[in-house]
Structures are given as C-alpha cells and as structure tokens.
Design a protein around this ligand. Structure first.
Ligand code: 5RP
Length: 231
C-alpha cells in the first residue's frame, strides 16, 4: 500500500469517533483532506456537526463539502479535533507544521476534549528530529534576529521558501525549519524555543495527543493515552 492509502485508512477510522452534535477541530494537510471527504459524506447523509478549521485550505474544502463551520472568534467548545502530523514518537509527542498551519492547529488541539492524530506508518519514529526539521512560526518583524537566536542554540534554521518567495502563514508570519538531529527532551525544547522573542509558536506538540490512528499494510494501529473513549 502507498502512504496515501495508509492516510486514507487512518482518516476513515477517525470518522468513527465523530458523533451527532459534535463540535470538531479540523486540522490541515493531505491526511485531513481524506478525513474531510469521509466526514462530508456523513454530513450529506444527515450528520449534524460544526467544524473549527485550522487553515483557509481546510475551511475552503469543508465548505465545498457542506460541512458547517464556526466563526474564528466564537468561544469554541470542541469535542474532538482531528489532525495529521509529520512525526509521532512512542510517547505520542508530535512534530507538526509541515503544511505551515501549526499555530492554529495548536490552538484548536488545546481547545479540544480529545485530540486524534491520523498518520501513515512512515510518520512513526523512535525519536523526533531529522530527517524532518522542526517548523517554528516567527514574526516577520526582526525575523533574521529571531532566526539567529535559534541558530545560536546549535542548529541551522533556514526560512521556509515557496516559489522563490518567503512562505507566509495564514497569520502573516514566516516559518523557519530548524534542523535538529535528535530531540531528546521535547518538552524542554518547546519551552526554550517559546522563550525567544519573535517566536510565535513551535511545531512540537507535547502531551496533547489522546489517540494516534496509524494506517499500515496490516491495517489500523491505535496508540492512545489512558482513559480515552472508544468510537
Ligand atoms: C500542517 C500539519 C500537517 O498535519 C502535517 O504536515 C502532516 O501533513 P500530511 O497529512 O499532508 O502528511 O502539521 O501544518
């Protein structure tokens, strides 16, 4: 099976955790697109949910599928947030932000009672770190000074580019992709990075995940923190 088939498999399983009346956090990325497609079919068949999108791309696709969305400034009471990840470690800590939506994704995941992560098998890693760099969202004001602070911690931190221009997040910020070989202590690293002035958010998601659904050649694999509800 291809990675995309693994993603589709994980997304199909995640839809089973959605119940009528739920407020849903809707992540960003190619795995989430599979989830939205499956969710859209359920909505077209009469399921009532409302979504909180984490990017304009997700909002556009959800709207196309007829999934109702809440406004950005409403006080959300999110039952379940579903999102992809770039890496997952055995403690269910994550690197996210490959798609550049990490800030909204973290706000939405933190606001959810349950945070379900859907991935293909290649995202499972014994430790977080390279080959996937850690995305860090930074203000454009003084960005090269912020980048220098990150590089003084010992790693290269190139600014993300897109078609020859700086990549810009939906929030109008830049992203630097910090090349850290091994992230031995994700919680300490997250705290240290968040203390740098100009850093808006960091792509480490530590102790936030309720359940990881992984699509594999042998079927679905579930990894969860204790006391999680079943579908
Ligand atoms: C976007 C993300 C995505 O969830 C992550 O990059 C995984 O993407 P994909 O599902 O396309 O592999 O964090 O900011």
């Amino acid at each position: 099976m291809t990675p995309d088939q693994h993603k589709a498999q994980a997304a199909q399983k995640a839809v089973e955790y959605v119940q009528d009346g739920h407020i849903l956090g809707l992540g960003t990325g190619s795995t989430v697109l599979h989830f939205l497609t499956a969710l859209g079919t359920r909505v077209q068949n009469g399921l009532h949910v409302k979504g909180v999108p984490t990017s304009q791309a997700t909002a556009d696709y959800a709207t196309k599928l007829g999934i109702p969305l809440l406004n950005d400034d409403e006080p959300w009471d999110i039952d379940v947030a579903v999102d992809g990840a770039d890496q997952v470690d055995p403690h269910l800590n994550l690197i996210k932000g490959g798609g550049g939506a990490l800030l909204r994704e973290k706000i939405v995941a933190r606001a959810a009672k349950q945070f379900i992560v859907i991935v293909d098998a290649a995202k499972q890693r014994p430790q977080l770190g390279l080959p996937f760099p850690l995305p860090v969202e930074i203000l454009s004001f003084g960005w090269s000074t912020t980048q220098r602070h990150l590089e003084k911690m010992g790693w290269n931190a190139p600014r993300r580019e897109q078609a020859g221009n700086p990549f810009m997040t939906d929030n109008g910020h830049y992203i630097v992709d910090v090349q850290i070989p091994v992230i031995a202590d994700p919680a300490s690293l997250e705290s240290a990075i968040l203390q740098i002035p100009g850093v808006v958010e960091c792509g480490l998601f530590v102790n936030m995940t309720s359940l990881v659904i992984t699509g594999t050649d042998k079927g679905i694999q579930l990894s969860q923190t204790p006391n999680q509800p079943s579908p």
